[in-house]
Design a protein around this ligand. Structure first.
Ligand code: FES
Length: 122
């Protein structure tokens, strides 16, 4: 049901953990399945220099958080806000249709972390 890339990120997720001194943090959840995702970002000169996540969730949620962290690292906060769940799913060679909502958590968590950073640094 899952692509090899999804399984690989699920088994070896990148950037797991927390940032003690995060510039921004976003926590989002899916009310239906109860899964929760938290993203911490470190920002320097508007560029995301580090990102860590913690996901309590399904295989697709973990794989998409892992891929999303890889995709925003080194990007500007503006570019990170343009990250979409479909781009994350595509980078993982697709997700089964019933699992697309899981990738939405990754998009929302990244956006929430960036918005938190922007609120604190206006
Ligand atoms: Fe909840 Fe995947 S089933 S995020």
């Amino acid at each position: 049901m899952y692509s090899e890339k999804v399984m690989e990120h699920f088994e070896n997720p990148r950037n797991v953990g927390e940032l003690a001194d995060a510039s921004g943090t976003g926590t989002v959840g899916n009310a239906k399945c109860g899964d929760i995702m938290k993203m911490d970002i470190q920002v320097e000169d508007d560029v995301i220099t580090d990102v860590k996540f913690k996901t309590f969730g399904c295989c697709a949620a973990i794989a998409t958080s892992s891929m999303a962290t890889e995709m925003v690292k080194g990007k500007t906060v503006k570019e990170a806000l343009e990250l979409t769940n479909t781009a994350v799913a595509e980078a993982l060679d697709g997700l089964p249709p019933v699992k697309m909502h899981c990738s939405l958590l990754a998009e929302q968590a990244i956006h929430a972390a960036v918005e938190d950073y922007q609120k604190k640094h206006q």
